[in-house]
Design a protein around this ligand. Structure first.
Ligand SMILES: [Zn+2]
Ligand SMILES: [Zn+2]
Length: 445
């Protein structure tokens, strides 16, 4: 029996007050148009919320104002809201009779980077992050997720005569540093609050709006953080023979480590190492005594991960040996595991989403970014994580055919989703996904 079916039957056994009845299949076409009407009438408010959150982003574990905005929206809708779960997280619960508990997650956090979109609602916010001042921007689209999350809650409340069960809407902090899901779990997410039977989350990507991509099984990568400190001997830039140059070591490592990917790893398996930050030195004529590199390692499979980690460590040590330097300090911090979508949840939602979106709902290969939504899955919530597009279909087609510019992806300073069509798709897809599971449950009773 699939985990989905087992959970469904277990949750059905607890529900006795609804009459046993054979139910017809969901009328998806009718439902989708009801959802679209609902979003259309709510849209001015969702648009204002989206642009406000976009213009005032907050970084991991600092999302206090963002969380307060969402809390206010959810209270207005009649959800019971608890704030400060896992630092800045939010849990909003809405009970509507007997049925499964379905979790819908959004993230709250933005990125430490400068937005360069030039949009009228672009962020100019700054904060202190790891001891330095930095710009903050919603360049991953978590603001779209929040607007879609509120829109889905509004729509499900409006349609509450069409489903029975409990909604558990959660807003997690610090997804970008893959720490917020763990923080919420450690703060009693599934003990202080009911543990959901099923869960859903979505993420935007740089493809056409109106399109929903999904997959069964592996949906995202394992992530590990890399920290290397190359230690040398500082001195005058004009007297290099008296120094051991850690800038040289860093440069050599950044290039050589890619041979672990290209020469050691099986080329048919996924694995990436990227160095995202090099911190060292102060002036042109001073050789510093140390340089720190920060990077990320992404894989799908455990054996590929082990091979990559070993190769990275060996390369760093070899680079130091070449310079006659002390051993580098190497720290690999286990980040988050791959998201594995539940086949039962996916097949239930698939039927409804296919009927609603036609060929704009389609399977895709796993994404190489990572996602700490995997923490909720690993804590026992069978789930579906899917992606929605953000750009005009014509621009996407032109970029693909080489007839137009490449479109900025997530984490680009130019990432600029088209708000209305993207949020509408997010609300419609998420509402239908949630209702498909409530419906499946009701029909199995
Ligand atoms: Zn991101
Ligand atoms: Zn993201």
């Amino acid at each position: 029996m699939t985990r989905f079916l087992a959970t469904l039957l277990a949750s059905a056994a607890l529900c006795t007050s609804l009459p046993l009845q054979a139910r017809a299949e969901l009328d998806v076409v009718n439902l989708k148009s009801a959802i679209e009407r609902s979003v259309e009438s709510d849209y001015p408010r969702l648009d204002a919320l989206y642009k406000d959150i976009h213009a005032h982003p907050e970084i991991a574990f600092q999302e206090e104002k963002t969380a307060a905005k969402l809390a206010a929206e959810m209270r207005t809708l009649g959800f019971e809201v608890t704030e400060q779960v896992g630092t800045t997280g939010l849990v909003a619960i809405y009970k509507n009779g007997d049925g499964p508990i379905i979790m819908v997650r959004t993230e709250l956090d933005a990125l430490p980077m400068e937005e360069k979109t030039g949009l009228p609602y672009a962020s100019r916010e700054k904060t202190i992050w790891q001891g330095r001042e930095t710009f903050v921007a919603h360049s991953c689209g978590h603001d779209i997720h929040m607007a879609s999350w509120v829109g889905t809650a509004k729509t499900l409340v409006k349609l509450k005569d069409r489903w029975r069960g409990t909604l558990m809407f959660i807003a997690q902090p610090a997804e970008e540093i893959v720490s917020g899901a763990k923080a919420m779990l450690a703060d009693g997410l599934f003990t202080r609050f009911p543990k959901p039977n099923f869960g859903f989350a979505l993420h935007v990507g740089p493809f056409a709006y109106g399109t929903v991509l999904y997959r069964v099984g592996i949906g995202s990568s394992n992530a590990d953080g890399l920290y290397i400190k190359f230690r040398g001997r500082g001195g005058h830039g004009a007297v290099p023979q008296a120094t051991i140059d850690p800038v040289m070591m860093s440069a050599r490592f950044v290039v050589d480590v890619q041979s672990v990917v290209s020469r050691e790893k099986d080329p048919t398996e996924f694995g990436v190492v990227s160095i995202g930050a090099i911190h060292g030195g102060t002036a042109a004529n001073i050789i510093p005594d140390e340089v720190v590199l920060l990077g990320t390692i992404r894989t799908f499979k455990a054996e590929v991960r082990a091979k990559m980690l070993a190769g990275i460590e060996r390369t760093a040590k070899a680079v130091a040996t070449m310079s006659n330097a002390p051993e580098p300090e190497i720290k690999i911090t286990e980040g988050t595991k791959a998201v594995i979508n539940d086949p039962g949840v996916v097949s239930t939602a698939e039927k409804v989403l296919k009927a609603a979106f036609g060929d704009k709902f389609r399977p895709s290969p796993p994404g190489t970014p990572s996602e700490d939504y995997s923490e909720f899955i690993n804590a026992g919530v069978p789930s579906m994580f899917f992606n929605i597009g953000v750009y005009e279909p014509e621009r996407v087609a032109a970029a693909r055919e080489g007839a137009g510019p490449q479109l900025p992806a997530n984490h680009s300073p130019l990432f600029a989703p088209v708000p209305k069509a993207t949020i509408e798709t997010g609300v419609a897809a998420m509402t239908l996904a949630v209702m498909s599971v409530f419906d499946e449950h009701a029909r199995r009773k």
